[in-house]
Ligand binder design. Sequence first.
Ligand SMILES: Nc1nc2c(c(=O)[nH]1)N[C@H]1C(S)=C(S)[C@@H](COP(=O)(O)O)O[C@H]1N2
Ligand SMILES: [Mo]
Length: 326
Amino acid sequence: MLIRIRKPWDVLRESDATPEAVFLDRRRLMKLAAAGSVLAMVGCDDKASGAAEAPAVSDPSAALYPAKRNEGYTLDRPLTDEKWASTYNNFYEFGSDKGIYEAAQKLKVRPWTVTIDGLVAKPLTLGIDDLFAKVSFEERLYRHRCVEAWSMAVPWTGFPLKSLLALAEPQSGARYVRFETFKDPDIARGQRQGLYPWPYVEGLTMAEAQNDLAFLVSGVYGKPAAAQFGAPLRLALPWKYGFKSIKSIVRITLTDERPHSFWEALGPDEYGFWANVNPLVSHPRWSQAFERVLGTDERKPTLLFNGYGDMVAGLYKGLEAEPLYM
Ligand SMILES: Nc1nc2c(c(=O)[nH]1)N[C@H]1C(S)=C(S)[C@@H](COP(=O)(O)O)O[C@H]1N2
Ligand SMILES: [Mo]
């Protein structure tokens, strides 16, 4: 049974996300913490943290949270309780079942470097905290629809993918962006499974990557993301099936060749490059018409582009002959 231990920050959090009033309160708390008055109290609670919790205080980026919410992104449903979102995960590096959150704590998220290379004028290799210092954090409430027909709604913190790409100055020949996850079988037991094409790779077209909706995530629920969410840097692409939202990114490469993704390599008849959400196009083994809402008994009808068509449908004009929905 999961026992939830109350943390000092729970007192300050009314809901699972971060409304403006709470944002101000927590800023004040961080100031107090910096002055030393509550640091000891907050710090001593670290050990008591359940495995499902983010290491909110010891993380060097903790003071960047919570970020101001971008009100442009609204939901049609309640947020998923953190307890569910942080204990029901897909992260095959740590195993193929949903209960990998404990195994994922082995992931060491500092030091962590991210390289941006390929067809860019300014290739970059940055420590994750230096990278965070170059971008501007915001919170967005996004839906997430897994290809396995379950969904959640979470408050991600991060920054637009295009703002990071801009730092590297993409060259005109760049047509795709390739993302790569770490590879370390010593800590990631799933990577000892040789049948999988490690490391996990994903890809987008440049146009998709430049879309406002394409978001790089560093945190969730108003604090640095716990390892199982794909710390310290993952994608959130809410109009695509969840497997496109690659976790724990170490390398971003701009290229003129379409990347071959992990799941595409494993099952090209089931998982394609585009993977846009569409309730009318079934997976070869199940319908995509409905989704099970994580943490509830609800079954909701799935929406075209997961409900984000007004922002992204235009990306696919002229590509109708492509398998856009697998
Ligand atoms: N590196 C990596 N990224 C990954 C995965 C994975 O196994 N490895 N699983 C994907 C799938 S299928 C989904 S649904 C989401 C799950 O994100 P969540 O665990 O935060 O809900 O992560 C995606 N990103
Ligand atoms: Mo998924």
